[in-house]
Design a protein around this ligand. Sequence first.
Ligand code: SAM
Ligand code: SF4
Length: 334
Amino acid sequence: MKVALVDRFERVHDYLRISVTDRCNLRCVYCMPAEGMQFLDESAIMTDDEIVGVVKAGAALGIRKLRITGGEPTVRKNLVELVERLAAIPGIEDIALTTNGMTLREQAHALKRAGISRLNLSLDSMKPEAFQAITRHGDYVRVWRGLEAAVEAGFSPIKLNVVLVKGFNETEIVDFIRLTKEWPLIVRFIEYMPIGQDAEQWRARYVPLTQVFEEAKAAGLSLEAGDQVRGNGPAEYFRVPGFAGQIGLIHPVSDHFCATCNRLRLTADGKLKPCLYWEDEVSVRDCAHDPEKLKELFYRALKLKPEKHEMARAGELLENGLTPTWRAMSQIGG
Ligand code: SAM
Ligand code: SF4
């Protein structure tokens, strides 16, 4: 089928990230405040039927890959049934999930059967105390059991997302690289992004990923170019020769990857967002059962898609009162 979602900069879009809820059972320091987070009213959240309607329209235009995210997607009621319905949509070839893993032990097998083929698990520390400090409510042992359940269920490869946050986990870079010696995991170090952040905290805690190379070198670990990874997103891949797994680096701040961006985002309250960073969005919820109108709205979102984000200038923008988006990361889906 002819791919139809091409934007002004000739980028082909075949990937939709869906935030199925803005709620979460954790409060990671880089994502949400400890208290007082305002969540959407249940009635403002897209229903299963509405999400399926939007995805059907997207699939007719060339969307092939989905990622289910949030908030924490596994806190959404009936997630397994929703995934089954999405997997049955003609044209959808691949559905991935990003989760904090808190309930993965219980859900991994059912999610696999429902049609999730790839899994990203956020695990920012392998030290239970540091893990709890970053996530505020996280239980490291529980998440690790979730990871084991995901391996048992047959997810492969499994990507671990590690957001580096100064003062919390940047001392564990080498431990995470060493984890890939025996485990065939893809450990992806992610730069702390200035989305929904106060400028000061972000500036104080941001860790550039050049630090990964420096620490690997100091520990006598050489990082060589890795293999292409299925579902290849914005990460660059490396491996230590002889190790089972790989290392991915996602550095949206120090070096953006917008030229090859192939993604649109659907927020939990039914807005198509062409770019993670900027405010522009197109409301689709009211038309979720009107395929022709939805197609128009997909095109409208593409027209709004900027050439690139400006995360590198975030400190300056935030100081001048220019909030790129009012949404928190948990409302966009990361
Ligand atoms: N709750 C799920 C989880 O944590 O995996 C999915 C949603 S979360 C918003 C998606 C990803 O965004 C996670 O890997 C998380 O670590 C990352 N993330 C959240 N806020 C971030 C920030 N300010 N900078 C970089 N990554 C962030
Ligand atoms: Fe929740 Fe994920 Fe945000 Fe952490 S990063 S608070 S787990 S949505």
